[in-house]
Design a protein around this ligand. Structure first.
Ligand SMILES: Nc1ncnc2c1ncn2[C@@H]1O[C@H](COP(=O)(O)OP(=O)(O)OP(=O)(O)O)[C@@H](O)[C@H]1O
Ligand SMILES: [Mg+2]
Length: 387
């Protein structure tokens, strides 16, 4: 493995958490970790608190966190505990050191997340998406290819948002218009001009979403074809009407088509709720680059390798575009991989210069990393340095 500290002349620029402080976060009343930029291995028994640390780091980026949890569920459940959860971190980035603080707003009646970057309050996902790109792979995603399209769409959008930080904002805007239109359609005698304005917003943001997805899947497929060690090349596609229209006609025409389809489905949408058309119905289709088999037809281990190949590919694209790799949260990934793939994963993490946070119950699966990683042992919500 690459020696540490890495040679500063040849090492890629790095985004890394250097201190992490959790307060009232799940099983941690308080935890403070001081790190040095290397990848981190968190080893310990079931229920010790490994995934919770990855979840805390996921909140340094934009979005709803690695578990997609409700904000109130993250508060530490413990008799007498009333504090809202908080995560604070100091990070080293390509442009220097910066601080991110986030947590549930304890003062607000409706649960919402507060974000500060270098002490200044920030709203909207764009700032975090830009400063702290984070990608993850968790055991929950083992069935992604067999799951509902919504899970795959969320996974795809997460990848797109790392490659294009404005994506999360577009999705928020689109979903706000979608919800507003659905609410309006339930009202008798809803103002058709208002509906048309909302449908126009949905069409414009919706086609922009589709465009970002098409660019990302083309990039992902191209990068995967270059090969990441023994990981299978993945062919990734965004399959939906919005993407289809955009692939076949100019963007303005695709917008008109989507706006027209929405106007034509008002009666149906008023009845059924939601909207029959739009990028919120898109699926992500993945197949094996060599055999051409659909991902769902592959073995469990092969599906995991294909997912990892996509995530590592996205990290590579981001590293090539912006000069530094995203944070990688790899929950129990090594346990699923054979020796060959495990070594290839560690090699790729080193080549990317990514601060990967890797968990497992068995630290020996990571021993080949040697000085190339920081090893922490977790037991009952306490973290210890292990040699
Ligand atoms: N809101 C909460 N308040 C207090 N404890 C919580 C909360 N949510 C989860 N926990 C507890 O945190 C503990 C650690 O969970 P975590 O998922 O991090 O374990 P883990 O080390 O990843 O285990 P495994 O190896 O089984 O995946 C669990 O016992 C869980 O019940
Ligand atoms: Mg876990």
């Amino acid at each position: 493995m690459r020696p540490w500290p890495a040679d500063p002349d040849t090492a890629p620029a790095r985004l890394a958490v250097v201190t992490l402080t959790l307060t009232a976060f799940r099983n941690y009343a308080r935890l403070r970790l001081v790190l040095d930029g290397r990848p981190v291995v968190l080893a310990g028994p079931n229920g010790a608190g490994k995934t919770n640390i990855l979840e805390a780091i996921s909140y340094l980026g934009a979005g709803r966190g690695l578990r997609g949890a409700r904000l109130g569920d993250v508060d530490q459940r413990r008799e007498g505990a009333t504090r809202p959860w908080a995560v604070a971190a100091v990070l080293d980035g390509p442009h220097g050191r910066f601080e991110v603080g986030t947590g549930r707003d304890g003062a607000a009646a409706v649960h919402r997340r507060l974000v500060r970057i270098d002490g200044k309050p920030r709203s909207g996902p764009a700032a975090l998406a830009d400063r702290v790109p984070v990608l993850w792979l968790t055991p929950d995603q083992d069935r992604l290819f067999l799951d509902q399209p919504a899970a795959r769409r969320r996974f795809l959008d997460k990848l797109v948002a790392v490659l294009d930080p404005a994506h999360a904002t577009r999705i928020n805007e689109y979903e706000r218009a979608l919800r507003e239109r659905a609410r309006l359609l339930k009202e008798p005698g809803a103002d058709p001009d208002w509906l048309s304005a909302l449908e126009r917003t949905m069409a414009e943001t919706g086609i922009a979403i589709a465009a970002a997805r098409l660019l990302a899947v083309a990039d992902l497929t191209r990068t995967a074809a270059r090969g990441i060690g023994p990981f299978p090349a993945a062919v990734v596609a965004a399959v939906g009407k919005a993407e289809d229209w955009l692939a076949r006609c100019p963007a303005l025409e695709a917008e008109d088509r989507l706006a027209g389809a929405l106007a034509g489905s008002r009666a149906r949408d008023a009845e059924a709720g939601g909207a029959a058309h739009g990028p919120h119905r898109t699926d992500m289709a993945v197949s094996h680059g060599e055999s051409g088999l659909a991902a769902a037809a592959l073995s469990t281990g092969e599906q995991k390798c294909l997912l990892l190949s996509i995530v590592l590919g996205a990290a590579r694209i981001q590293a090539e575009k912006r000069g530094f790799a995203p944070l990688l949260l790899l929950d129990e990934v090594s346990a699923h991989l054979d020796e060959d793939h495990r070594r290839a994963l560690y090699r790729e993490v080193a080549a990317l210069g990514a601060q990967a946070w890797m968990t497992g119950t068995d630290a020996t699966l990571f021993s080949v990393l040697g000085e190339g990683a920081r090893f922490l042992r977790i037991a009952d919500g306490c973290v210890y340095d292990s040699a």
